[in-house]
Design a protein around this ligand. Structure first.
Ligand code: SF4
Length: 239
C-alpha cells in the first residue's frame, strides 16, 4: 500500500488508520528529529502530490480486505510521509473519507501553512487537528525545524490563532522537545505566552525516542519534561 499505514492503536485516538497524502516524503520543514530522515530539500509548493481518487481507491480495498478492523476503527488520520496540507486535495479527501467510512478525521500538521486562509478552510471539516509548534523564537525555530525559505514563524503563530477561531473541533497542540535546543525555561515561558493566545484544548509534550534525521538529537529527560509540563499548566500532558 502506498498511501495507507497502520492501523495503529493508541491511548490518544483508539484504533486509527493513517493516510499519507504523498507517496514520498514531501515537507516544507526538515526537522532534525524527523523519523523519516532528511531528504536534503524542502518543498514549498502546494499541489496534488497524490489525487483524492487514488487514495480513496486504496482505502476502499483496505476496507474490503480488513472488515473486522474497519468495524473497530475510531479515527482516520491524515499525516504520513511529510506535510499533508501541501496536498491541495486535502479538503476533498476529508469529505470523501468521511462519506466512505463514517469515522472521525484527525489532521496532523506541522502548522507551516496555517497562515493561509485556504489551507485552514480545507481542514475545517476534520474533527481533531494536531498542529505542531516547536519554537516561538525564530533562531530556535530554524535550528530545530529547518524550514523552507517560504515558511515564516509569525505566519504560523497568526495562523494557529486564526484556526482556533474558525475551527470548532478539538486542537491538540504538539511540541517536540529536543534537549539543549528548545527546552530552555526562558524559551518555555515565551512558548507559554504564545500558547495562551492560541488557546488549544490540549498541549502535548513529546521528545524524540526513535532514530531521528540527525545524529546527536537527544530526548529531554523525564524530570525536566515534568517541570516543563508544570510551567505550561493544566492543559499540558506528556505523550
Ligand atoms: S514536519 Fe514532520 S515530516 Fe516534516 S520534517 Fe518535520 S517531522 Fe518530518
Amino acid at each position: 500500500m502506498k498511501y495507507i499505514y497502520g492501523p495503529i492503536k493508541s491511548r490518544r485516538l483508539g484504533l486509527s488508520l493513517g493516510l499519507s497524502l504523498s507517496p514520498d516524503k514531501i515537507c516544507n520543514l526538515d526537522c532534525i528529529y524527523c523519523q523519516w530522515g532528511s531528504v536534503g530539500k524542502t518543498f514549498a509548493e502546494r499541489k496534488k502530490y497524490a489525487s483524492a481518487d487514488k487514495i480513496i481507491s486504496e482505502l476502499k480495498s483496505w476496507i474490503q480486505n480488513n472488515p473486522q478492523e474497519f468495524k473497530e476503527l475510531k479515527f482516520v488520520t491524515l499525516s504520513g510521509l511529510g506535510e499533508p496540507t501541501l496536498n491541495t486535495c486535502i479538503g476533498e479527501l476529508i469529505d470523501q473519507v468521511k462519506a466512505l467510512t463514517g469515522c472521525r478525521i484527525a489532521v496532523i500538521t506541522n502548522s507551516a501553512l496555517l497562515g493561509d486562509p485556504l489551507v485552514r478552510k480545507g481542514i475545517l471539516k476534520a474533527d481533531l487537528i494536531v498542529p505542531s509548534l516547536d519554537a516561538v523564537d525564530p533562531r530556535i525555530f530554524k535550528q530545530i525545524d529547518r524550514p523552507d525559505a517560504a515558511v515564516k514563524l509569525n505566519e504560523i503563530i497568526d495562523g494557529l490563532i486564526a484556526l482556533r477561531k474558525e475551527f470548532h473541533g478539538k486542537i491538540w497542540l504538539e511540541i517536540m522537545l529536543v534537549a539543549g535546543i528548545n527546552d530552555d525555561f526562558g524559551h518555555i515561558e515565551k512558548l507559554k505566552n504564545v500558547i495562551q493566545r492560541i488557546n488549544p484544548d490540549k498541549i502535548q509534550l513529546n521528545s524524540p525516542v526513535r532514530s531521528t534525521a540527525e545524529k546527536n538529537v537527544f530526548a529531554v529527560e523525564r524530570g525536566r519534561l515534568e517541570k516543563i509540563k508544570e510551567v505550561l499548566g493544566d492543559k499540558a500532558e506528556i505523550v
